[in-house]
Write a protein that binds this ligand. Structure first.
Ligand code: DAH
Length: 354
């Protein structure tokens, strides 16, 4: 009897192991545990087994019955899940070979520029700034007029290829129609936020900008900036210096030095360009910094009272500073990348390194 049962167990395992279709499973069910199934019949005639063998035989038959039930249940469940999730028909479901290796999904990573933008923003979040974004399609009013670049200013001319064939938009302040273009700077967002909110303000504004530059290793017609703005009472140039110096130390390392060179921007007065000590040679002079020991990374200054007037802040009451930095340039310096074009080529050999 014992041998017979062992033989039967082997047979059941094989039959169930080979059963692929619902029909085969049903066949096996009927054959072994159906009303006239082999195991059912054996249980019925258990009395005929000798009393010594009976406990073992009873136990074994029940085990085998349960194994058959379990197997059928799990197979049905797999099929049900498949039906639920991918709506496969019975025929397709049975064609899936679960023993084949699955298809591998590549794990992506954040683009290096997104990583740098996050890093820059995080430093300023730590200083109490908040992040604001503005539109990439802007009116002349926000891109120029409100930023103290008057209508007849020749620099507007250079952007004529960035104007879009869209209806002009009126601005509530001057009630004039303003043509629409791809913004050339994130400084536009300063105006939008000041028009909508009252001081004090502490915001950073990351985003894409567009320039009529011929593409080469250090120029691109599109790149990213992070703009900053702080408005409050009694803000001084030394506040700006302290903040940007701390930012550069956080971004490039504790030993980094900064220097402010006088410059001109229409929307700030006084204005400066800010350099960091070369992060490659520590200021000694090398190929990257052109033997100067310094690298220019941003523009900054005290908000021009004319800008405050444009947004309706009384200039005698409020003071503030603003700054804008190029993200690609910072990324290139940080990682020693010598061609800006590589950021936009989507070459996985490059992107996978970050
Ligand atoms: N908008 C300037 C540019 O695109 C950068 C800049 C300079 C932004 C000075 C500022 C600033 O907010 O104060 O070149």
């Amino acid at each position: 009897m014992k041998e017979k049962l062992e033989q039967l167990e082997k047979e059941i395992n094989e039959t169930l192991g080979n059963a692929r279709t619902p029909e085969q499973l049903e066949e096996a069910r009927i054959k072994y545990i159906g009303r006239k199934g082999v195991l059912t019949e054996m249980l019925k005639s258990i009395r005929e087994v000798s009393s010594e063998e009976r406990p073992y035989v009873g136990k074994k038959i029940n085990e085998l019955k349960r194994a058959v039930e379990e197997k059928i249940k799990t197979e049905k469940k797999i099929k049900l899940e498949l039906n639920d999730e991918i709506k496969v028909t019975d025929k397709i479901a049975v064609k899936i070979d679960f023993s084949l290796p699955g298809s591998r999904y590549e794990i992506g990573s954040r683009h290096p520029l997104s990583q740098i933008i996050d890093e820059i923003c995080n430093v300023f979040l730590g200083f109490g700034f908040r992040i604001v974004e503005g539109p990439e399609i802007e009116t002349e009013y926000y891109n120029f007029t409100a930023l103290n670049i008057p209508e007849d200013h020749p620099s507007r001319e250079t952007f004529h290829t960035f104007f879009l064939d869209l209806p002009p938009q009126q601005h509530k302040k001057d009630k004039k129609d303003h043509k629409v273009l791809l913004r050339s700077q994130t400084s536009t967002v300063q105006i939008r936020i000041m028009e909508n909110e009252k001081p004090p303000l502490q915001v950073i504004m990351p985003g894409k900008v567009y320039r009529p530059d011929a593409t080469d290793a250090s120029h691109s017609f599109m790149f990213h900036q992070v703009e900053g703005l702080m408005v409050d009472r009694d803000i001084k140039f030394s506040d700006l210096k302290g903040l940007l110096d701390s930012f550069c130390k956080e971004m490039f390392g504790r030993k980094t030095k900064t220097r402010f060179r006088p410059h001109y921007f229409p929307f700030t007065e006084p204005s400066a360009e800010v350099d960091v000590s070369c992060i490659i040679c520590n200021g000694k002079g090398c190929r990257v910094c052109g033997k100067k020991g310094w690298l220019e990374i941003l523009g900054a200054g005290m908000v021009n009272p004319k800008v405050f007037e444009a947004v309706g802040y009384p200039p005698e009451k409020w003071t503030g500073f603003a700054f804008g930095m190029g993200v690609e340039r910072i990324a290139m310096l940080k990682w020693g990348i010598n061609d800006i074009r590589i950021f936009f080529e989507n070459d996985l050999r490059f992107l996978k390194q970050f």
